[in-house]
Design a protein around this ligand. Structure first.
Ligand SMILES: [Zn+2]
Length: 283
């Protein structure tokens, strides 16, 4: 990381150091390219000063004071008669931060969020309000993902007890794919209709999700997620035990007799797990 950003197409005219560092620069080229028609222009209309914030240097804030020229566009058919020169290697139009400061704030936003990122930035002399940091995060390009084949679907709360959305994850790389605003059949089925690559869907016991998947991805195999398999098993055992010994007396008697020491692997009295599975199978 250099102290100053890329100023290869600029001329440094002055550097002043007080509580902060101020670097005065201007463009090196006598001409500028019209952003509308691309014509190279050299007739200067006027000047103005643009202030940019950059990464801090040794804890001191750094300002770039840029002399910006306005040019006449010499292309008669161009709708822009006057334009301001741009500095694509330094910043974007109508932005007060350099590109590398924007990138730093964006990274802080991804790691900490808006409020915490702004608090840390203030201590480190990084300017940027929570709203600015979140706006930079939202402007970032989303990574492209391969067509999902095995997905998991579950609800999550925008506001607990009041409003729920749907979270969809790719179970092959364990990464979230999408967040849907609600968990209605219409919304969820529309998502699956756009993704015919889905072959397997892991879900909870929601009848709405079952209907949505059947409607949007009829080719997909629906399976219960691990948590609900365990839940189904627990409920089956509880239901069975609530009935009393009755029809399962033989299993319990066998288990008590061998004390779990039976060496017949598939005998239900072989161990507690065997007894458990036998009880569920007989339910
Ligand atoms: Zn033009």
């Amino acid at each position: 990381m250099t102290i100053l950003p890329d100023l290869s197409d600029l001329i440094i005219e002055q550097v002043s150091v007080t509580n902060g560092v101020t670097v005065t620069v201007r463009a090196a080229s006598p001409t500028a390219c019209c952003p509308c028609c691309g014509t190279i222009c050299q007739r200067v209309h006027s000047h103005y000063t643009r202030m940019l914030r950059d990464l801090p240097a040794s804890g001191r804030p750094v300002h770039l004071k840029v002399d910006v020229r306005r040019f006449f566009c010499q292309e008669s058919t161009c709708r822009r008669k006057i334009f301001a020169e741009r500095f694509p290697s330094l910043t974007l139009p109508r932005v007060k931060f350099t590109l590398r400061l924007q990138e730093a704030l964006r990274e802080m936003g991804f790691e900490l969020g808006g409020e915490a990122g702004a608090r840390l930035g203030k201590r480190l002399s990084y300017p940027g309000s929570p709203d600015t940091i979140l706006r930079l995060v939202k402007q970032d390009q989303l990574p492209t993902t391969p067509a999902p084949r095995v997905v998991g679907i579950d609800d999550w709360s925008w506001k607990r007890g009041l409003r729920y959305g749907t979270l969809i994850c790719n179970l092959e790389d364990n990464k979230p794919i999408d967040v849907l605003p609600d968990r209605s059949v219409q919304t969820v089925s529309a998502w699956f209709e756009k993704r015919p690559s889905v072959e397997i869907v892991s879900r909870d016991r929601s009848s709405e999700y079952a209907a949505a998947i059947s409607k949007g991805a009829p080719q997909a195999l629906q399976v219960a997620d691990v948590w609900h398999v365990a839940k189904n098993l627990t409920e089956s055992v509880q239901t069975l035990l609530a009935r009393g010994p009755g029809r399962n007396t033989a299993y319990w008697a066998a288990y008590r007799q061998c004390q779990g020491k039976c060496q017949k692997r598939w005998n239900p009295c072989w161990n507690k797990k065997g007894v458990l599975l036998a009880l569920v199978a007989s339910n």
